[in-house]
Every structure is written in structure tokens, then in C-alpha cells.
Design a protein around this ligand. Structure first.
Ligand code: AHR
Length: 650
């Protein structure tokens, strides 16, 4: 219904000619500046089960039994009236130094007809898809009297349907890694399933790690979820800012993102408590971040831990900070070093001989929280060391124009400053017309490393009240996002990069800490919010030159860019009002202009949104506009975000 209504409004637009309409002028006679080629990117961290239970395709929750020191959370005993088993964490039978606890399964009664064992229900469900191969990897050993087999199966929660099953035929009394492939048939997709490991006779076995992967993006063995990657690639991102955000800093220095503990075989990654209240497996570690970038053809924007953690602890600049500076230098070497370097060689051993391109290194995150005011000195120490070893790299300070000028880094000139804006739509509508207008063009460059609009100014994204709202935003928020993106585009000569945050949310109530979020999902399916589609419309339709725009007497905000190779002009217009808004569009300085333009429209009621159950309720609609001329009237639908693409020549 909504799609038809939007189409009607769009096709009406080219027809009318209202001389009294407010004028929106695009000056195409010259570019006001170069449009940053990296303007559109992504920000990511482990929040809302973004990786574990999200992008990282692992299906087993607490696969290495480290999530809770006292009990094997997310695991259950499987037994029936004729079989019996117990399970317990075992700190005396570790599979290696990194994973100090294993799971001991003791089966005291079991037969082929009545097996007993353990089951894992995944991250709020175990997704089973038809005709799909799942790779199970099990690190296990048996006691001296038990050699197997161990049956590995995907089974419905009620135990009645076995979707796929395989046997590990013979267990060694020493730790060993076993792999089986579970292939499903023509089954109906479901999340109501579990991974079940059973014995058909009494015995004791230990599991050090139990992993299950569905097919992944680009078939990477320790890879990423395909549906979520497709949504990301469709945003056309040019960079990925990682690993945080708060996730970089940790609540304490010990629980920071310690990159060296996130590389190598997954059975050698201990994981760590993430600041958002759960434990990260670190299965998505530094190399996986980099390969994720590679798979999106996006460049990493690497944030390095800079000696401040969220509980208010900081490392004193000077000798105390030196090991952390060294840690960052080695991390950069892991990313960019050739295979003759220590850490470049380690990257090659981990499976990626080719170095990754890197331009920007962000030093810390939101250091305005550091009450000790040590950031200026800490920044200087990192900046100097990075510039000395890697003069080509650009450093980003976390103190931007969203913070008082006196708090900015003074002792060094950062190449870039990071600003964060979590604001209500109404606030973005107010601040966007003037945003960045007076930023000095001599630098530093600006990175808007986190931003998002929410609907209600009274409910902040991090507050408990926000978690009672739907996990992803409505069209009202997307309107706020769009006016701000238009502002950043108008100043894309100095705003060199920007990214919405947070990117991901597992929509299950127990999984989330923040709202709004760009992309929602459960174990089986995913959807983009209206804000996602606003970002997609902007990121997919963008030139390399900024054109000046002027508007008079209208609440409509917008921006224009041009592709200098094709001459195409991309005009973005945002109508935050509940009324149709006729505009006289004037394209000045074009030698030729095609009579038709492509129009992409995202419109509806402010409260309209998408969800797992209605993933395509609010979608952009593409139409063709006729009657285009250097001055014509175009009517925007109420509450709309519109991208017009004109075929033009200078
Ligand atoms: O995006 C959520 C959080 O907001 C980030 O972790 C932090 O940098 C900011 O405060």
C-alpha cells in the first residue's frame, strides 16, 4: 500500500509548476570543493551481540566454556527416562593454557535408543536452513575406558526432528580436534533447534571447544554471516572503524581490546569480558576485522588502545604508557608490515601474507571521559611514536568539535579529529543547516566517527528506557539522519569520513544494550531499518565534487554532489514536515540536462518502521521523473528523503 502511495506522489512531482514555491538552487557551474572519497563508512564494536550472536557466524554460544566461571551457561544436559548424564566445568582438564576450563560430560546410563549428552541452543536459537552444510569442530578427549562414538546432531528443541547427524567414530584419550559436516535436507527454516552431542553408552568425555559454522561470506572458515555482509556491502562503505567504541577501551585496562589475544587458532583465543556486560569470544579478532574490510573493499580505520578505560582508570603518560605504545606499533605492523617484519610474518602464518592498506589510526576513544585530563600527553606519546615509524599514517584525536575547544589536543596537531553526535531528530534538524560551516579548511580534517538520530529527545540511547523501545529506529529517526548526512556532504571537503553507530543489534531483548541501531537480526534473518535505507541512498549516490546549494523559505534541507567523470548530479532532499513541499529546483551552470531524472524516495509516516516480522515495510522506491529542465518544480512527499540523479554536462 505504502509503495503505491509513494509512487503516486513521485510521479506527480514533475508535472506541477508553482511559481510561488520556495527555490532550491544547485550551482553546478563549479565545485565548491572535492567530496571526500571516503565519506561513507561503517563503525563497529562488540555491542548488542554485534559479533557473537551477530556478524561472526559461529552458532554455538559459550563454545569454549569460558563465559561463566561457575557453571556451563548456555549448555544443557540431554537425557531421558532411560538415560542419565551430568555435566560440569572442569578446571583440572584444560585443553590448553588459553582455555583453562573444559566441560566434563559423565554419562552413567545410555544406549543407542536412549543416548545422553549435552546440547547448546545457540544465540537465542540455533538457525537451521534447508539443504545447508554446517561445519562442526569439536576439541575433545575421552577417559581411558571410553573411545566413542560421539554423535553430533542438529535436533529440534522438542527432540522430535533430527535435521542432520554425524558421528565422531573414535575418541582419543588425548585432546584432539574432530570435524564433521552436518547436511540438512529440505527442511523448513527454524531457530527452534539445538546442537546436540551424545554418547550411546556410559563413559566420560571432555569438550574443550565445540563450534558450528554455517556457510560464510566468501567461504572463509572462521567467517561472517552472509545475510549481514550483503546488507553491509549494499551500503557501499569505504572504511570500517574498529574495534570501538567502548569495546576498544574495556571497563578496565586488563579488559581492553588486547589484539594479540584475538589472533591465531580460535582454540587459543581466551576471549575477554566486553564492556557491554557479556563475554566476547574474540572469534572475530584482528585478522577477521581486516579480512572483513577486504571483503567489503573498505579500508580499515584502526583504533588503538591509548591508556584509558571506562571505569575511569588511565595509564600515566611516559614510562607507564610506553608498553601500550609498543603494543599499538606492533598492531600497526601486524596490519601493514611485510613478511620480513615480526608481526607481518605472524600475519602471514595466520593466513594472510599480503599486508593491508592503512591510512588512519585513531588514538583511543571518547577521551573526554578521562577526568585526569591526561589525553593531550597520551596522544602526543602515541602520535610521536606512530609518526616516527610510519610517517605516512594519519593520526586521529578523539577530541573533536563536539567538545569544548580548550579540551582539544594542543601539544600536537592531529591530522584528524573525531566527533560524536547522538541527537534527537528535531535537534539534528536544527543543528544541520549550520553544521561545519565555520570549520577551518586548513585542518585538522574531521571524522564524525559515531552519530545517529533517535526519535525522542527525552530517551537517550544508552538509558534503560531506550531498551524498551524497538531495537531499530523509525522513519522519524531516518529523517534526522538524512538532514545530518546532507550537512556532512555539503562539507565533505573537511568532513572526510563519517559513520552511523551502532551498526548492529541482535533484536532479542536479552541481547541488546543500546538503541537505535542500523541493522537488526535474530538467529535466522536480518533487516535494515529506515535509517539503513537512508544511509544506503546517500552512500550509493555520491560524486567526487561538492556543489553549492542554497535554499530560501523552506524547511527542506539538502546537498548536491557531482560525478566529475559522468557529469551526473546527485541531489539529496529531506522533507521533515508532514506536508507535501513543492520546490522550484534551479540547476545553474549546466550546459545540457536530460529531461528525465531518477528519483529514489523513502517516505511514509514518522512511526513507520521495519522489524524481523515486517522487514520490508519501509523501503526506498525508484521512479523516473519526466519534464526535468534547468528550472522546474518538484514536490516532495511528506516526511521524505529523496535522491534525484540528473544526467547533466557542464
Ligand atoms: O556506539 C555506542 C557507544 O557510544 C560507543 O561504544 C561509545 O564510543 C559511545 O559512547
Amino acid at each position: 500500500m505504502k509503495r503505491t502511495a509513494t509512487l503516486l506522489l513521485s510521479s506527480l512531482a514533475g508535472a506541477a509548476s508553482l511559481a510561488a514555491s520556495p527555490t532550491f538552487t544547485i550551482d553546478a557551474s563549479h565545485a565548491t570543493g572535492p567530496a571526500s572519497p571516503k565519506l561513507y563508512g561503517l563503525m563497529t564494536e562488540e555491542i548488542n551481540h554485534a559479533y557473537d550472536g551477530g556478524l561472526y557466524a559461529e552458532l554455538v554460544q559459550n563454545r569454549a566454556f569460558q563465559d561463566d566461571a561457575s557453571t556451563p551457561v548456555h549448555w544443557q544436559v540431554i537425557q531421558d527416562a532411560s538415560s542419565a548424564a551430568t555435566m560440569a566445568l572442569d578446571a583440572t582438564n584444560a585443553c590448553n593454557d588459553q582455555l583453562p576450563t573444559s566441560l566434563r560430560l559423565t554419562v552413567t546410563a545410555a544406549t543407542k535408543q536412549h543416548p545422553a549428552g549435552v546440547a547448546n541452543g545457540g544465540y537465542w536459537g540455533m538457525p537451521v536452513q534447508p539443504r545447508t552444510s554446517y561445519r562442526a569442530a569439536v576439541l575433545a578427549k575421552g577417559d581411558a575406558g571410553f573411545a566413542g562414538p560421539v554423535t553430533v546432531s542438529l535436533v529440534s528443541n522438542d527432540g522430535l526432528t533430527v535435521y542432520a547427524t554425524q558421528k565422531i567414530p573414535k575418541l582419543s584419550p588425548r585432546w584432539n580436534r574432530y570435524e564433521v559436516t552436518l547436511k540438512t535436507g529440505l527442511v523448513a527454516p527454524t531457530t527452534q533447534a539445538r546442537l546436540v552431542l551424545t554418547l550411546a553408552q556410559p563413559g566420560t568425555v571432555w569438550f574443550g571447544l565445540v563450534s558450528l559454522f554455517p556457510p560464510t561470506w566468501n567461504d572463509r572458515p572462521n567467517g561472517l554471516r552472509k545475510d549481514l555482509m550483503q546488507l553491509l556491502v549494499d551500503l557501499n562503505p569505504k572504511f570500517l572503524r574498529f574495534p570501538g567504541g567502548n569495546y576498544l577501551e574495556g571497563q578496565t585496562i586488563e579488559t581492553r581490546f588486547e589484539w594479540k589475544k584475538t589472533i591465531g587458532p580460535i582454540a587459543e583465543r581466551p576471549g575477554h569480558p566486553c564492556p557491554w556486560g557479556y563475554r566476547s569470544s574474540d572469534g572475530l579478532g584482528l585478522l577477521e576485522f581486516l579480512e572483513w574490510c577486504e571483503d567489503m573493499k573498505a579500508e580499515p580505520v584502526l583504533a588503538v588502545y591509548a591508556g584509558y578505560s571506562l571505569k575511569g582508570v588511565h595509564v600515566n603518560p611516559g614510562a607507564d604508557l610506553a608498553p601500550f605504545v609498543q603494543e599499538a606499533l606492533e598492531e600497526i605492523e601486524y596490519v601493514t608490515g611485510d613478511t620480513n617484519t615480526t608481526w607481518g610474518a605472524r600475519r602471514a602464518r595466520d593466513g594472510h601474507p599480503a599486508p593491508f592498506a592503512l591510512t588512519y589510526v585513531e588514538i583511543g576513544n571518547e577521551d573526554w571521559f578521562d577526568k585526569s585530563k591526561s589525553y593531550d600527553e597520551r596522544f602526543a606519546q602515541f602520535h610521536d611514536a606512530i609518526k616516527a615509524k610510519y610517517p605516512q599514517l594519519k593520526t586521529i584525536s578523539t577530541m573533536g568539535n563536539d567538545q569544548p575547544k580548550e579540551s582539544h589536543v594542543r601539544s600536537r596537531q592531529p591530522d584528524m579529529m573525531d566527533e560524536h553526535y547522538y541527537r534527537a531528530t528535531d535537534e539534528f534538524v536544527q543543528m544541520s543547516p549550520g553544521y561545519a560551516r565555520n570549520y577551518p579548511r586548513s585542518g585538522p580534517e574531521i571524522f564524525v566517527g559515531e552519530w545517529a538520530a533517535h526519535e525522542d529527545a527525552a530517551i537517550k540511547p544508552w538509558e534503560a528506557g531506550a531498551r524498551k523501545q524497538p531495537p531499530t529506529p523509525s522513519l522519524k529517526a531516518a529523517l534526522g539522519d538524512a538532514v545530518f548526512m546532507a550537512a556532512m556532504e555539503r562539507h565533505a571537503d573537511i568532513i572526510r569520513m563519517q559513520c552511523y553507530a551502532p551498526l548492529f543489534v541482535n533484536v532479542n531483548p536479552g541481547a541488546r544494550q543500546w538503541r537505535p541501531n542500523l541493522i537488526g537480526y535474530d538467529a535466522l534473518s536480518a533487516y535494515g531499518s529506515p535509517s539503513y535505507y537512508a544511509c544506503q541512498m546517500f552512500g550509493q549516490n555520491y560524486g567526487d565534487e561538492i556543489l553549492g546549494v542554497t535554499a530560501g523559505g523552506t524547511a527542506v534541507q539538502g546537498s548536491a554532489t557531482r560525478d566529475s567523470r559522468t557529469g551526473e548530479i546527485f541531489l539529496k532532499l529531506v522533507n521533515p514536515l508532514p506536508t507535501m513541499e513543492p520546490l522550484r529546483l534551479e540547476l545553474k551552470g549546466v550546459a545540457s540536462l536530460a529531461a528525465t531524472a531518477t528519483v529514489i524516495t523513502l517516505a511514509g509516516s514518522p512511526e513507520d518502521t521495519n522489524s524481523i516480522d515486517r522487514p520490508r515495510n519501509v523501503l526506498p522506491v525508484t521512479t523516473t521523473l519526466r519534464g526535468v529542465s534547468p528550472a522546474f518544480t518538484y514536490t516532495l512527499p511528506p516526511h521524505s528523503i529523496v535522491v534525484l540523479t540528473f544526467k547533466a554536462r557542464k
